[in-house]
Ligand binder design. Structure first.
Ligand SMILES: Cc1cc2nc3c(=O)[nH]c(=O)nc-3n(C[C@H](O)[C@H](O)[C@H](O)COP(=O)(O)OP(=O)(O)OC[C@H]3O[C@@H](n4cnc5c(N)ncnc54)[C@H](O)[C@@H]3O)c2cc1C
Length: 556
């Protein structure tokens, strides 16, 4: 049994199910609603981790990044990255000292040390190269390219990483792939691990409040930043996690969007922390912070963090005016890092490990806790966990996930001409307009076939309060993708929430569509709309006037 349906729990769910292991995955909330929903959306090796000498992790992450570009081409996209550099030699002497653990404070990183890091980055993937290598660009050319760039730079560097527009959809598609592949795999959201006694685990249905029990052979604690809380709940207190909070904001700022030229701007802020911003579809994502926190439930993006993130853009583009009025969404989450004593949070290891809690008289099954684990490395981490579990169950590996496509990445046409032909064929098959099928293809990859098929199979119309989704598409998501609450739909099955597209009127319209499908009463529908509006207002900083609710029409 796996507790926690973040990317690491879900990755392990898929791998174990593939080996023929009966596996139940539960989450106290929705799929991918913890740390996995709070990332910077990067699929990266982690250039910064080189200065903490985490070579194993960087190498593994680069290989996993490349695999995701191949296995999930619909959701993993190459990201050209620019580093504005403000000195030539800074950090040159500090880096070897850091590798030898003789220096523990961050110091300015100059061009030479960045060049060395990028050479290593390229070298790690020399045998599996899928994107161009790095290059340094002189000051004049950098400023010619981006006239708004801070003129204090000495040069810039350009290299490639990758990003994911829809991390939550990758998780959902992994869950659906797994349940389709294996009749012995079952994933349930809104079910909490609540206790254990002897060989029995108690679970609580968070919707009905009901308790039920199961007898697992082994428990995988993939509760991310809640790992110690979950262990405590089953009477196995641990101190594995030393979480740090990170926040992001999304801004609607066409001038800033344009100034990036489609690149991630990845740079050292004035306090020596590495920060970034990049265009996330039509918005710009800015992040992040790194602050110790004990209780993940308390993580929220504070006013001070917002000031910090607005300011950091100024370091790169001093002439661009950015303020709170541009923010459309904010979010915060906790990195499930290992508990470690360090001078700064930046020095805590980003690598993952499996911590075993062995059986005793009170709890007779073993617990394996998945500590750390980047989004990028989820597949490799899941593979390592699965191998450990197979070992304990005395089973052997039957299948491998290295080259396994994810969801709509299966049979994905790569060349533009092939994509056009794919879209045209599906448009002809379903009778939908080719432009509409193109939008679905961009949104779901080849899984668009199922979505379009459903849409074509009944009367449809575009939403009144969102020009890019239709009623049937919303119905499809609600019926097929384990939607329980209205916020599952706007925050995790679609990007509507994050892109600042949700209004009070849209919430009411969506609730109106899905209420009959999910058996919601009139009062439940009202509760769902109010819950989603409150979440957007209080947790995600969406302006209250935008969320003002029109009178709710009656459910037909
Ligand atoms: C600010 C920030 C930026 C990041 N940026 C990146 C990045 O750009 N690239 C990258 O590769 N990685 C990034 N990461 C790291 C990455 O997102 C996380 O390490 C990873 O998502 C952790 O996944 P997880 O499955 O271990 O944990 P989670 O996603 O937190 O999943 C744990 C799940 O357990 C559930 N749970 C908890 N307790 C219980 C219980 N008692 N019963 C049932 N369920 C329970 C929770 O609801 C949660 O859904 C970032 C992380 C943060 C916070």
């Amino acid at each position: 049994m796996i507790v926690g349906a973040g990317v690491n729990g879900i990755g392990t769910f898929r791998d174990l199910a593939l080996q023929g292991v009966d596996v139940l995955l539960v989450d106290k909330g929705d799929f991918c609603s913890g740390a996995s929903a709070a990332s910077s959306h990067m699929l990266h090796g982690g250039l910064r981790y080189l200065e903490n000498a985490e070579f194993r992790l960087v190498r593994e992450a680069l290989h996993e990044r490349n695999r995701l570009l191949i296995n999930a081409p619909h959701y993993a996209r190459p990201l050209p990255t620019t580093i504005p550099i403000f000195s030539w030699l800074s950090g040159f002497l500090n880096a070897p000292l850091k590798f030898l653990n003789l220096r523990d404070k961050p110091s300015e990183r100059g061009a030479v040390i960045i060049k060395l890091g990028l050479m290593m980055y390229d070298w790690f993937t020399r045998d599996s190269r899928v994107m161009p290598t790095h290059r340094l660009i002189g000051r004049k050319e950098s400023l010619d390219l981006r006239p708004l760039l801070n003129p204090d730079i000495v040069c810039s560097a350009q290299y490639y990483d990758a990003w994911m527009p829809y991390p939550e959809r990758i998780c959902m598609e992994l869950v659906m792939d797994t349940e389709t592949l294996s009749p012995n795999a079952r994933a349930i959201n809104y079910v909490r691990l609540d206790g254990a006694n002897g060989d029995v685990v108690t679970l609580r249905d968070e919707l009905s409040g009901e308790h039920f029990t199961i007898k697992p052979r082994l428990v995988i604690n993939a509760a991310g930043p809640w790992i110690d809380f979950a262990n405590r709940a089953i009477g196995k207190p641990t101190k594995f996690i030393g979480g740090t909070k990170g926040s992001h904001i999304l801004v609607d700022h066409p001038e800033l969007h344009q100034a990036t030229l489609g690149h991630e701007m990845f740079f050292e802020n004035q306090d020596s922390r590495i920060t970034l911003f990049f265009p996330l579809l039509d918005k710009v994502l800015i992040g992040t912070t790194d602050i110790h926190i004990d209780d993940p439930e308390q993580a929220e993006c504070t006013e001070e963090e917002i000031d910090y993130m607005l300011d950091l853009v100024n370091h790169v583009f001093p002439k661009i005016k950015l303020d709170r009025s541009h923010i459309v969404f904010k979010f915060s989450g906790v990195r499930p890092l290992p508990s470690m004593e360090t001078t700064t949070t930046g020095q805590i290891s980003r690598d993952h490990s499996i911590q075993a809690v062995e059986p005793d008289a009170a709890v007779t099954f073993p617990v394996l806790a998945l500590v750390g684990g980047k989004w990028t490395t989820f597949r490799a981490f899941a593979e390592q966990v699965t191998d450990k579990v197979l070992d304990r169950l005395k089973m052997s590996r039957k299948a491998d996930t290295k080259a396994m496509p994810i969801g709509g990445g299966k049979d994905y046409p790569l060349a533009e001409a092939e994509q056009r032909a794919w879209v045209a064929a599906l448009a002809a098959e379903t009778g939908l307009a080719a432009e509409h099928v193109h939008v679905l293809f961009e949104r779901y990859g080849t899984y668009a076939r199922q979505v379009a098929g459903f849409m074509a199979d009944g009367e449809d119309a575009m939403l009144q309060n969102h020009h890019a989704y239709s009623r049937r598409e919303i119905e499809f998501l609600a019926l097929q993708e384990k939607v329980v609450h209205l916020d599952d739909l706007i925050l995790r099955r679609t990007l509507m929430g994050m892109l600042g597209q949700v209004t009070g009127a849209l919430l009411v319209e969506l609730a109106d569509i899905i209420a009959p499908l999910l058996g919601w009463s009139e009062s439940k529908r009202r509760v769902e709309v109010e819950r989603a509006a409150q979440l957007l207002r209080d947790k995600h900083g969406v302006a209250p006037e935008k969320l003002r609710l029109p009178a709710l029409p009656r459910v037909s």
